[in-house]
Design a protein around this ligand. Sequence first.
Ligand code: UD1
Length: 340
Amino acid sequence: MLLTGGAGFIGQHVLRELAARGHEVRAVDSLRTDVHASSAWTPPAGVTFERADVRDGTALDRMLAGAEAVLHLAAKVGLGVDVQDLPDYASSNDGGTAVLLAAMARAGVRRLTLASSMVVYGEGLGHCAEHGAITPAPRTQAALSAGRFEPPCPHCGEPLAPALVSEDTPLDPRNAYASSKVAQEFYAANWARLTGGAVAALRYHNVYGPGMPRDTPYAGVAAIFTSALKRGEAPQVFEDGRQRRDFVHVRDVAAATVTACEQHGDGVRAYNVGSGTPRTVGDMARALARALNGREPVVTGGYRLGDVRHITADSSRLRAELDWRPQVEFADGMAELARM
Ligand code: UD1
């Protein structure tokens, strides 16, 4: 197996899972400086590692020779802070995937597991009591600053109740990162049609756990709250704290990724990867504060214009088709963060 992005947060857990299941593993990672503090990285014993960028087709030709399958996790993450980020997302993610797929075709490798994201669904799905399932529009600055956090039904203006997004929900990428994840999925589907290859696209939900990026622009809310609590500060919860996410543990995500790689051998299939239990950001902050014995969270009413209100997945396809079950209980996962 070849794993790209093997030195990343999720990649390192995937490497461990592959090794634990007895796979012969090769890994590439560019150790890009906006993510990795050091240009050196030591892989776990038994893993062949090459520092290389996935846009380097020659390095990929070397690493792909004789490989059975590819797990493609290498990507520029985050959301993109401004329009000047677009070329780097397009080059690192879209371009990198295109180079990888071409190299896989040369090497005759026919199976791809792709790290995608729930962010491909945009604002997700809402439910209006009168008008049924609705794709909410982006929230306006005026509504957010007036404290109207729930996106309204475009027909009657009533707040929408959050609904679970299935893999068939239309894609609606709303930032550079989301657009690049959608592009990766489409390039992979093109490659599959041309080569007869198989693609499993895993749309990860909010991943947390040991090794998560902290104190970088890529830090998710669980990492931001952990850092604040460890400094003796109260977590700052935006909006009214009732926005919902599905926090899924990185070891469960790694197991889902390796299971998809082992089992998905035909066609193109997307899988949502979430714990199946949506939580509010406020509840997560309180659970973490308890686990760390830290200060009570403060609900600030502040907001980030690009944030979606709710995004929660229906991850039942992964359970039904690949027999995957999350193993890490939320309270245990939070307690583990406290020990990090
Ligand atoms: C996250 C990932 C994204 C992934 C997506 C999949 C990060 C940085 N982003 O986006 O890559 O594609 O999940 O579902 O990991 N918040 C606070 N206080 C803070 C910071 C954030 O209340 O100090 C709130 C935000 O307003 C938001 C929620 O926490 O409502 C989650 O924010 P964040 O962790 O940045 O993740 P997502 O936007 O869900």
